[in-house]
Design a protein around this ligand. Structure first.
Ligand code: ADP
Ligand code: ZN
Length: 356
């Protein structure tokens, strides 16, 4: 059993990431006897109720959300906070966010609000949440139809990443995580090599979960240097996201991770068109994206979809679109592109991808 501990020291609150097969069984019992409050969803509860009760005792209070992004809202935030009050949580109590990104986001926000912030353990159970959302301390709910509009930076003091949970994950959810892993490949040379040198046609789950620690290590380093996302290295984590988010808002129907992968594909086209990323590396990166995505799903009117990028929180007021582009292995750059120029390149890429 290989277990790894990673400490984040430069953040507002000290934070440890405990990762490895058996991490849940090894570290969770350390909290027995503390005042705990678990937030999870129905699917996770279905698979892991017994494990949870065996690990934390039969009387641990659990709030079970219905599954899906629609619970990331004020109504459920209030329900969770009400249940926390009812359970009589104190300043030294601990919230355990046990589930995917949705559970992590809303339970993390609840933990940050209750008595101005109580202890928080994140136990991400999806590949996407393990590689991405559980590290970095971003918590939020959706509001007025805007994703993640109401939220806080709230670093969990502990993250437990156990690949065991991925065994029950539907294939589709594995693919969501793959989208973010491909993003890491484009900003981290080691992850790039691991994926590019993988000899088989598909990426099996155990191969991908062996990469989670590399992704987490990368993200942890970046977050430490830029906890509040103020424009330093943390920007690199937005690769594929400007276009991916815009498409996600416009087309719906696919998951965040899949849209990120499609966003990467379009933004690689832009990087080539601007001569930011060229030659064999660009070809290799394209092969990698195509290996993960096989066929870029047809999007009707990609230009209109990409226009949603105008509303991105990350743009400044200068009328440009900010994109994070690949340069060479492990290297990236930010470009601010005038809206029309950006949309023209998206359009051209779409025409070449799906010729009539
Ligand atoms: P994210 O993809 O952002 O992590 P969710 O929290 O919505 O998003 O999780 C995706 C779906 O996977 C949800 O339906 C959730 O209930 C389910 N799920 C989460 N973890 C597991 C798991 N370990 N096994 C099976 N299903 C899971
Ligand atoms: Zn993302």
């Amino acid at each position: 059993m290989h277990m790894e501990e990673l400490w984040l020291n430069n953040t507002a609150r000290k934070s440890v990431i405990r990762c490895g097969d058996g991490a849940f069984a090894a570290y969770m019992p350390l909290h027995r006897g503390e005042s705990l409050f678990v937030v999870t969803d129905r699917n996770v509860m279905y698979y892991y109720q017994d494990l949870l009760q065996k690990t934390l005792g039969p009387d641990v209070p659990v709030y079970v959300l219905p599954a899906g992004e629609s619970t990331k809202c004020m109504r459920y935030l209030k329900k969770i906070l009400d249940a926390m009050c009812e359970a009589g949580l104190k300043r030294n109590s601990r919230v355990i966010a046990f589930g995917g990104g949705v559970v992590g986001d809303i339970a993390g926000l609840a933990a940050s609000l209750y008595m101005r912030g109580i202890n928080l353990t994140q136990v991400p159970t999806t590949l996407l949440a393990q590689v991405d959302s559980s590290v970095g301390g971003k918590t939020a709910i959706d509001y007025n139809d805007v994703k993640n509009l109401i939220g806080a930076f709230y670093q969990p003091d502990e993250v437990i990443v156990d690949p065991m949970f991925l065994q029950t994950l539907p294939k589709r959810e594995v693919k969501c995580g793959l989208g973010e892993i491909v993003k890491y490949a484009a900003i981290d040379a080691g992850i790039f090599d691991a994926l590019a040198n993988w000899p088989e046609k598909i990426f099996p789950l155990d191969f991908l979960s062996a990469l989670t620690m590399d992704c987490i290590r990368h993200k942890a380093r970046v977050v430490e240097s830029d906890e509040r996302d103020s424009g330093g290295d943390r920007k690199s984590l937005n690769m594929g996201h400007t276009t991916g988010h815009a498409f996600e808002l416009y087309f719906k129907g696919m998951s965040h991770g899949e849209f990120v992968m499609i966003g990467m594909y379009f933004e690689l086209y832009i990087a080539r068109a601007l001569s930011v990323c060229t030659g064999p590396y660009a070809d290799e990166l394209e092969r990698l994206i195509m290996k993960a995505e096989r066929r870029i799903p047809f999007l009707d009117d990609a230009r209109a979809g990409a226009a949603k990028a105008k509303t991105d929180k990350k743009n400044d007021s200068s009328g440009t679109i900010s994109v994070i582009l690949p340069v060479s292995k492990g290297e990236w750059t930010e470009r601010k592109i005038p809206v029309e120029e950006y949309l023209d390149m998206i359009d051209k890429c779409a025409q070449e991808t799906w010729p009539l």
